[in-house]
Design a binder for this molecule. Structure first.
Ligand code: CA
Length: 420
């Protein structure tokens, strides 16, 4: 077992009840403090400044300063999973209530353990490439039913290929950053010609995304077995979509400006190591995938997901409750498929799951599905209705894993929508 995963560990740092960040989590992120960016870990409502801690010698092994005195976690996760596992174990030991080297070193403790309210939390990853998959069977079936043909909702390739497309990395923003409703070209079915203007069907997509920590040379491939060494951890992800722009532009080459205006992600990258206790088997895959997509072991994860809408006129109201475990194609299959043509994966790439919908209506991961393309609007607490997301609405996503002993989470992705 990974030492830092021990469910019996308790920290001398106070952890609020139901916190996403107990000592068993210790996700990586980036903080800005006194004008400098440092790599940090989150615990409870505190952050551990790894640049300061590394200089103290208490970690027991010296990392090169630039790994943590850095604007991004790329160099840190790029050390590989063995090193980041060792780092997490060492920090865990220093925060464990059975060890007091750090707790009793008041000067050091006060300079490296900082209340999160006193630092700026920053975008943790320099994202080189962003790929968006389409791996929830329930979501693909719902969209196929609405946009094409209920009798043949899944296209013939869907159960053979983890379908995906190359997204836009530059417009991925951190939770808390407002987004602007996009302008674009749309054509309603009853119009003869398209118009240009503000999207009338702005939607969220409830997704998770994984971050890679290893690169393969161009022209080489990655097996499902090797894929685990390439995946450092995960974030919660809202892949904003303008449905009216999407339905007009997406044939024949797929989504473009309907998706590229913004995606929002959570600030703390939860390691696959920390998620290990929450592994579960995935859905039965029938037909059996081709050999390069076959895998051993459990690669789905039990991660509870929820979406809430808040507005100036009402408090957050939950509109969706889903789970990452519903994913048909898992991460090792997605990555093996991505590299199967020799495409080179890079450190700091982001790979999103695609909208995660469950089997029943309140588990659908987008307004498109929850309101069935606007035909069944959702009632809000102030008695207004939503077919899609209105200006000044705030969409809140949450994700956490829980068993009898431990709960670890991803924090929130909170995004306010501003007018076009
Ligand atoms: Ca998506």
């Amino acid at each position: 077992m990974i030492r830092a995963n021990d469910p019996n560990l308790r920290s001398w740092i106070p952890i609020p009840e139901h916190s996403d960040f107990p000592i068993q989590n210790l996700p990586l992120g980036v903080i800005q403090v006194k004008g400098k960016h440092h790599v940090a870990m989150r615990i409870g409502d505190y952050v551990v400044d790894l640049a300061v801690l590394n200089k103290s010698g208490l970690l027991g092994v010296d990392f090169v300063d630039s790994v943590f005195q850095n604007e991004f976690i790329n160099d840190c996760i790029g050390l590989g999973k063995e090193m980041t596992r060792d780092l997490r174990n060492r920090v865990s030991r220093l925060l464990d209530d059975k060890h007091d080297e750090l707790r009793t070193n008041v000067d050091l403790r006060e300079s490296c353990i900082l209340p999160i309210s006193t630092v700026e939390v920053c975008m943790p990853i320099q994202i080189g490439n962003y790929t968006d998959f389409y791996s929830s069977k329930e979501h693909a079936t719902n969209v196929g039913t609405m946009f094409r043909d209920p009798a043949n909702a899944l296209l013939p390739n869907w159960k053979h290929i983890p379908i995906g497309y190359h997204g836009r990395a530059s417009s991925i923003v951190l939770s808390g950053t407002p987004i602007k409703r996009p302008n674009g070209q749309t054509k309603a079915p009853d119009q003869d010609a398209p118009v240009f203007g503000a999207s009338k069907q702005l939607d969220f997509e409830l997704e998770m995304a994984f971050v890679t920590c290893k690169s393969n040379p161009l022209g080489s491939t990655i097996s499902t077995k090797e894929a685990e060494e390439y995946i450092h951890g995960m974030v919660l992800f809202n892949d904003w979509s303008a449905r009216d722009m999407q339905s007009w532009e997406y044939v024949p080459l797929g989504p473009f400006l309907a998706k590229s205006f913004a995606s929002s992600m959570s600030a703390w990258v939860v390691s696959m190591d920390a998620l290990k206790p929450f592994r579960v088997p995935g859905p039965q895959q029938d037909p059996k995938p081709l050999p390069y997509l076959q895998f051993e072991g459990d690669h789905n994860y039990n991660i509870e997901l929820e979406v809430l809408i808040e507005s100036p006129r009402f408090n957050p109201a939950r509109i969706c409750h889903s789970n990452y475990k519903y994913m048909y194609w898992n991460m090792v299959q997605q990555l093996a498929h991505h590299a199967s043509n020799g495409c080179n994966i890079q450190v700091g790439d982001l790979y999103a799951s695609g909208t995660i919908s469950g089997p029943i209506k309140d588990s659908f991961g987008s307004m498109l599905e929850l309101t069935w393309r606007g035909t069944e609007p959702l009632k809000m607490p102030d008695s207004t209705e939503r077919k899609f997301i209105n200006d000044n609405d705030t969409v809140i996503m949450r994700a956490f894993s829980k068993n009898e002993q431990v709960r670890i989470g991803f924090g929130e992705v909170v995004t306010k929508v501003l007018p076009a």
